[in-house]
Design a protein around this ligand. Structure first.
Ligand code: 9D3
Length: 228
């Protein structure tokens, strides 16, 4: 899979892309991530990529031309899946991540502080938000999407971290986990986990995951029943 990010702050991505699972996935060749500074595609003298809004108002608006020119520079951009990160998009979730992990080429477009000229929408396939809170830009959302999607690509994760075990993958929260010591300030590890009876342990974990989901995230249980 290839992921291309259009951003005005490529340096924000540098550290992230050098880290852990993302780096390993890139080294293993299962994903190639490319970051493009779309300011390079501004055509005016000062490399300005935004302008005041038609109709007036205090805010600036990201111009359509540098975005379009940056897209045209990307190899195979026409067949790629182009996603604009914006507060108006549909909310990103695990189902969306799974769908995106099947894309051959994903292009993420991140703005900063301000909205895009409406005509940018003519060049994208969808709009994506990561939740109902106001951020300063689409850079963190782009990294959230890259992280969630990359770990789903076959070969990106080691065996220990395989995503079939994920909470959200099976629609339930994680079961409670314990490690040494057996007792801490009077709090003991449930005996079933020391029983050595793997069938009992599995049963207990499933029950606990279900109980916990019912208590903390009843909305997930409802969603799960709909998908069954
Ligand atoms: C909704 C606020 N807008 C009113 C004029 C202005 C605006 C604020 C912040 C426009 C863009 C932004 C920057 N945010 C994103 O680009 C963004 C975002 C977010 O703020 N929350 C959740 N998901 C996303 S994806 C991109």
């Amino acid at each position: 899979m290839k992921i291309t990010v259009l951003t005005l702050f490529p340096e924000i991505f540098a550290n992230f892309l050098q880290t852990s699972i993302i780096k390993r996935a890139q080294n293993a060749g299962v994903v190639t991530i490319e970051v493009i500074d779309f300011r390079e595609y501004a055509t005016n003298k000062h490399k300005q990529v935004d302008d005041s809004a038609y109709g007036g108002g205090p805010g600036m608006v990201i111009s359509v031309e540098p975005i379009h020119r940056a897209l045209l520079s990307i190899d195979g951009f026409e067949s790629a899946n182009k996603v604009l990160l914006s507060p108006q998009g549909e909310t990103f979730d695990q189902a969306t991540a799974i769908k995106m992990a099947s894309y051959e080429h994903l292009i993420l477009i991140a703005g900063h502080y301000e909205g895009f000229d409406e005509r940018v929408y003519a060049f994208v396939d969808s709009e994506l938000s990561i939740g109902d809170y106001v951020l300063t830009g689409g850079e963190l959302p782009a990294m959230v999407v890259i992280d969630a999607v990359t770990r789903l690509i076959p070969g990106a994760l080691g065996k220990v971290e395989s995503f079939e075990q994920d909470s959200f993958y099976n629609g339930l929260l994680d079961f409670p986990q314990y490690t040494r010591p057996y007792e801490y300030l009077g709090m003991k590890v449930p005996d079933v986990l020391l029983s050595g009876n793997h069938q009992e342990i599995e049963k207990w974990r499933q029950e606990e995951a279900r109980k916990r989901t019912k208590n903390k995230r009843p909305d997930l249980l409802k969603k799960r029943q709909q998908n069954d």
